[in-house]
Design a protein around this ligand. Structure first.
Ligand SMILES: Nc1nc2c(ncn2[C@@H]2O[C@H](COP(=O)(O)OP(=O)(O)O)[C@@H](O)[C@H]2O)c(=O)[nH]1
Ligand SMILES: [Mg+2]
Length: 308
């Protein structure tokens, strides 16, 4: 038996060490990783993929931790991909997330992977999506994808997740910002976290009023507004229930639509990555020809894409 087939076998038997090994192979973008990933990616995955977004400090990691605990109470298995902001110098993930979720460390029903967000596409790199696919193949009951709540990644998450949770807090004008940035529209569930702090009730009322302004009927999903105290676990159960309700609302057709959108995102990411790699390899004589006006940028691009 080859190394890779025994690895696949252990993975299929549910060995978390095989998952860890495969994640490392996929993350480091080895050909073997890509090969094993496509061997595992057959059929439609069934685990809900839940995107968690919101400003830094709103409590996303703490909430995911509470959701893990809540799912574990029912014996359900959970995979987490946390895409952390990273400095271009260290390339490392923020340690906090790892430590926070470490209480589940000895639990084989939980697997947490932090990834640095280096790379394009607002941090939701091809690598992160590869890890999500592996977790789907591993047959978790829930998969959480926590993103850096900054810029493009907030919008991207809605393209790749089945369900998008937007985590807000009573303080700091989060909601105003989210409305302005168009983030509110991508949320399937609104979470008012830190409900132990003053202003949570008011925030819920304001959100409800703002959402109520839009037109809706029984065919439109009106995002529920849920209060949580992630640090104590309060409200976590209700969040999981609301996700399941949203899943029922989406139905097979709605889910298929979301999966198509994710496929579009993943293919686009792949194409963009290759294109920018190609552009980076543009030979200096081609660039000089463009600079000298002998070749248009478009002609140079044609030349590169043809590989001639
Ligand atoms: N008071 C209060 N603090 C919280 C709550 N949830 C998270 N925090 C704190 O908020 C800070 C940021 O949380 P974290 O989960 O790292 O936020 P993230 O950046 O969105 O992942 C931490 O100090 C948490 O302990 C909550 O419900 N109430
Ligand atoms: Mg976090």
């Amino acid at each position: 038996m080859t190394l890779s087939s025994s690895l696949l076998e252990r993975f299929r038997a549910g060995d978390p060490r095989a998952l860890a090994r495969l994640i490392t192979l996929v993350e480091s973008e080895t050909p073997l990783g890509a090969e094993l990933l496509s061997a595992l990616r057959s059929g439609t995955p069934s685990a809900p993929v839940i995107g968690v977004t919101g400003s830094p400090g709103s409590g996303k990691s703490t909430l995911v931790d509470a959701l893990i605990a809540s799912a574990r109470e029912r014996g359900e298995r959970v995979g987490v991909v946390a895409v952390d902001p990273s400095s271009p110098f260290s390339g490392g993930a923020i340690l906090g997330d790892r430590i926070r979720m470490l209480r589940h460390h000895a639990d084989t029903g939980v697997f947490v992977r932090s990834l640095a967000s280096r790379g394009a596409l607002g941090g939701l790199s091809k690598r992160a999506m590869g890890v999500v696919s592996l977790m789907e193949a591993f047959d978790f009951d829930w998969i959480f994808l926590e993103t850096v709540g900054v810029g493009q990644s907030e919008v991207d998450i809605a393209s790749v997740a089945d369900h998008t949770l937007l985590v807000l807090t009573p303080a700091g004008g989060d909601a105003v910002q989210a409305f302005k940035a168009g983030i509110m529209e991508i949320a399937d569930l609104l979470i008012v976290n830190k409900a132990d702090l003053p202003g949570a009730e008011r925030m819920v009322r304001e959100l409800r009023a703002a959402l109520g302004l839009g037109a809706h009927d029984e065919f439109t999903w009106l995002p529920p507004i849920l209060k949580t105290v992630a640090s104590s676990g309060d409200g976590a159960r209700d969040v999981l229930d609301a996700v399941l309700k949203h899943r029922v609302f989406l139905g097979e057709a709605g889910l298929a639509e979301r999966r198509l959108e994710r496929a579009r995102f993943e293919v686009r990411a792949e194409v963009q990555e290759r294109a920018s790699r190609l552009a980076g390899r543009a030979e200096s004589d081609v660039l000089r020809a463009v600079a000298a006006g002998k070749l248009s940028a478009g002609e140079a691009a044609d030349h590169l894409l043809r590989g001639s």
